[in-house]
Design a protein around this ligand. Structure first.
Ligand code: NAD
Length: 251
């Protein structure tokens, strides 16, 4: 799908990987609608890059339905969804305070996995109404997993399970949506320098970077954005999860 003909929803678009993707897509001539629960950050970025913004909580069905309707009304169509909204959480299965909280486990799954699927199903229903392009495509979805889907670390049962769920649903969702001409892929980022990681401090960031094979640094959000854009453009990429990690294999 040509970026210049793309009308994309980017969730988590107020910050980090979502913000970089929104910048990349608008610079390439795409229409973009940001979804984020951070109303101030979303509105500020939208104004700066010429995108639209709707305050949306991805876990809330009514909120995403309203957001998708607003996106359709503003852009005239929805042809792409890039799911970046998510939270990073850490808690051991049994820690000093006792067993992992059930509510905290459910909350991580709810935002990262259920929230992504909530946007996918509602945006895909809208995409299915589009006239197909020359390749028969009506839409494309890019989800965000993590290398934690495959090599989760201590304290990451909830986060890793949420991201393994994202990796797991790419193929069946692509199969479900094939007859409507909608592709579904996921990116599994390694370590990217976004507000999610910036708070860790220089020493910890240097330690994390040491395990990256090459280049020995954290990923740049623009590098994630470039892959998300390629997944929109390349009609033969479907049903897969692509690692974007500089060769990093966490212990
Ligand atoms: N940064 C990394 O190294 C890294 C690595 C692997 C995977 N990821 C994944 O990439 C995605 C983006 O991460 P990031 O580093 O850009 O983080 P970030 O914290 O910079 O941005 C996440 C955005 O999601 C929004 N958000 C959170 N919950 C939401 C909800 N319920 N509804 C709507 N918006 C919500 C936040 O307001 C924020 O703007 C996440 O899914 C994260 O798990 C990041």
């Amino acid at each position: 799908m040509k970026l210049s003909e793309t009308a994309a929803i980017v969730t988590g678009g107020a910050s980090g990987l979502g913000a970089a993707t929104a910048r990349f897509l608008t610079a390439a001539g795409a229409q973009v609608m940001l979804f984020d629960r951070d109303a101030a950050g979303g509105a500020a970025l939208a104004g700066e890059i010429g995108a639209g913004f709707v305050p949306v909580d991805v876990t809330d069905e009514g909120s995403v339905i309203a957001g998708v309707q607003a996106a359709r009304a503003s852009m005239g169509k929805i042809t792409a969804l890039v799911n970046c909204a998510g939270i990073a959480t850490g808690e051991k299965t049994v820690g000093r305070e006792g067993p992992h909280g059930l509510d905290s486990f459910k909350r991580t799954i709810d935002i990262n996995l259920v929230g992504s699927f909530n946007c996918l199903r509602l945006a895909a229903a809208e995409m299915a109404q589009n006239a197909p392009n020359d390749d028969g495509e009506r839409g494309v979805v890019v989800n965000t997993a993590s290398v934690a889907a495959f090599e989760g670390q201590k304290g990451q049962t909830a986060y890793a399970a949420s991201k393994a769920g994202i990796a797991g649903l790419s193929l069946p969702a692509a199969r479900d949506l094939a007859s409507q001409g909608i592709r579904v892929n996921a990116i599994a980022p390694g370590l990217f320098l976004t507000p999610m990681l910036e708070g860790l401090g220089e020493e910890i960031i240097a330690g994390l970077s040491a395990d990256v094979v090459f280049p020995k640094r954290l990923g740049r959000p623009a590098e994630f954005a470039a892959l998300a854009a390629h997944l929109i453009e390349n009609a033969y990429l479907n049903g897969t999860t692509i690692r974007l990690d500089g060769g990093l294999r966490m212990p």
